[in-house]
Design a protein around this ligand. Sequence first.
Ligand SMILES: Cc1cc2nc3c(=O)[nH]c(=O)nc-3n(C[C@H](O)[C@H](O)[C@H](O)COP(=O)(O)OP(=O)(O)OC[C@H]3O[C@@H](n4cnc5c(N)ncnc54)[C@H](O)[C@@H]3O)c2cc1C
Length: 349
Amino acid sequence: MELDLLTESVVPEHARGVKAEAREFADEHIAPNAERYFDSGEYPWEILEAGMDAGLVAADIPFGAEITTEYGSERQKEEYLEPVGRNEQITGLAVSEPETGSDLAGMSTSAEKDGDEWVLDGEKYWIGNGVEADWVTVYARTDDDEDNRYGNYSLFIVPTDADGYEAEHTPEKMGMCASKQAHVIFDGCRIPEENLIGSEGAGFYMLADFFNHGRVVVGGHGLGIAAAAIEEAWEFVHGRNAFGRQVNEFQAVQHSLADMRLTFEQARSLNWRAAEHVAENDRAGLWASMAKVASTEAAVECSQSGMQLHGGRSIFTDRRIARTYRDARIPVIYEGANEIQRNLIYSQS
Ligand SMILES: Cc1cc2nc3c(=O)[nH]c(=O)nc-3n(C[C@H](O)[C@H](O)[C@H](O)COP(=O)(O)OP(=O)(O)OC[C@H]3O[C@@H](n4cnc5c(N)ncnc54)[C@H](O)[C@@H]3O)c2cc1C
């Protein structure tokens, strides 16, 4: 019995072409190299470049640039977005700080106006592509109004070659090893005043809107990991014997696989529903948070069960199940820890 979890039948007609292309690309370029990059922890430039050649990177200008796409001025789009769209530049989004991640109204990196420039001081942490990027979107404090905590922040385009921008990689991770994050220090970092995105004080609200999209995408990360865990577990128990039987013949094992499938399908249905709500801007925040929690926790649950079904072999680091188990720890944290999502689900219900 073959599993076909990532079937195109659940994908809307208009998205099937790009899904098929992405799948083909993943089979050819990512799957055969994933373990090697996971082990070496190197940035997968050759895969990124192949993805660019295949027209799969920046097709909708991703990599932290969505905010500029939505709120940027014409000049910002021309100077910064177009090179990303042409795959000549890469970018990232710098929000989290060493001492503050979840509390978006508690960040301390500041931006002060000095003549026709903004001067940034402070530190950011976990910044994807912070070393590799050509420019990053930075979330910084521009006011100090305790009665309007959410109106104190603004977003800026900061070229990584600006004076006063320093970045180094964060320590090695146990999961998603080929993605790179940075510790960034802004020390009197000067950028032109026109690099403010949208209006001063609107940063928190622009970011909240961006996260509605991002959380559905991170839900997709969770679903991918969950699907990989189910595939691995399925294949393993159908090829292993114990007590004179194939392991999949034990009813407890069948129930475990059935539960994994249920968890995955429930999360996937919610994720698609959330994608519609976000696309139509209909209670987007609520649905994006629900999808993010359900799908990323499906990844954790399915990886955990998949490990158990692999027995002792689960612990070998070269096993794909061990990789999904480690990768699954990340989406429950990034794009807002799941506790924060639960706060949002409750408050927006
Ligand atoms: C691999 C990876 C990539 C990342 N990429 C980026 C990036 O590109 N750009 C970027 O800006 N950030 C990025 N992040 C940072 C990520 O968004 C933060 O790690 C996340 O928001 C949590 O912040 P924190 O780690 O500071 O945890 P904290 O905010 O310190 O929270 C720690 C824990 O405390 C608990 N907690 C905190 N607040 C509450 C609450 N209100 N209610 C209940 N429990 C709570 C939760 O269990 C939480 O996990 C990345 C993180 C990782 C791991």
